[in-house]
Design a protein around this ligand. Sequence first.
Ligand code: NAD
Ligand code: LMR
Length: 340
Amino acid sequence: MASNASSALLKWAQAASRGFAAGAAGGPGRKVAVLGAAGGIGQPLSMLMKMNAQVSELSLYDIAGTPGVAADVGHINTKAQAKGYDKEGLAEALRGCDLVIIPAGVPRKPGMTRDDLFKINAGIVRDLVEAVGKHCPGAVLNIISNPVNSTVPIAAEQLKKMGVYDKRKIMGVTTLDVVRAKTFYAEKNGLDVASVDVPVVGGHAGVTILPLFSQATPKVSMPADVLDALTKRTQDGGTEVVQAKAGKGSATLSMAYAAALFADSCLRGLNGTPVVECTYVESTITDAPYFASKVKLSTEGVDKVHDLGTLTDYEKDGLKAMMPELLASIEKGVQFVKGA
Ligand SMILES: NC(=O)c1ccc[n+]([C@@H]2O[C@H](COP(=O)([O-])OP(=O)(O)OC[C@H]3O[C@@H](n4cnc5c(N)ncnc54)[C@H](O)[C@@H]3O)[C@@H](O)[C@H]2O)c1
Ligand SMILES: O=C(O)C[C@H](O)C(=O)O
């Protein structure tokens, strides 16, 4: 089992940029859907999934703009057959899917929190997941739409309501937090980023994002102020991009990259090569019923949720500090479906 997907995934990304299938994983061709495929994340993510040798069929669904994206992506000379679907085509887009990736919904503008997106995105995610429950209930779900801390519980509750919930299949994508932590840690310590790993646990918003630099490899002992600055930069990474884009949205390219890495790990797991990734799933390792930690992804999705390992006092404080916000966001998501 790959103890960490990063080196395999970097090889995949390098192989993909050289000419795709060389060096990429094989296995049976999988049907993958991207819901929100014409968006800022959706378009580059659709391209990256078209480059993934584990994909045989790629459904590109959005409420507008998918014919153009599908025609464009479809010209890439890889084996996956890309097809665009509009509103009427959702059922067909989903039927037979092994993996459904959801980046549909509105992004933040400067001054907004991720929770400010709840009003619009909660309903979008609930309705799309309802369609997943109807048309491909066994598929693995990768949820990108914010606020992830709430949209994952929304997806779970919706599937529970329909009697098709399987906790092994629903994952909130927190890979961008790991990607950022690795980048910032490598930069700060003069390390080769390809050799770096940093687990990031908790959730995906502000203080709920907790990088565990004490468990980073290679190990570097950092002064307290540097550690604090790196932790805060990782927690505020999304806001850094939102501010830099100045009203034109949030992270799209780094997110598409992160989502493609995570989706690749899910497909590897489904195809019998277990991979360990940090992701936000139903969990019992803390007081929070959903929590991101290292998770073993295997043939049925989530196979094992790893515990947190040994935390430093600084990390224990971070864990304690995130709980009120994380628990409230989870409850808000649960009530959105249950209370309806
Ligand atoms: N998990 C993460 O780490 C992470 C990182 C970056 C962004 N995000 C989130 O991802 C979401 C999308 O961001 P973006 O920059 O791609 O936004 P965007 O506005 O560029 O794209 C969103 C797309 O979703 C589509 N859409 C809206 N309602 C839909 C529906 N009912 N069905 C299908 N498609 C629908 C829109 O037409 C649009 O094409 C946002 O909520 C953002 O906050 C999450
Ligand atoms: O920050 C955002 O709103 C988008 C995303 O969650 C991110 O971390 O970049």
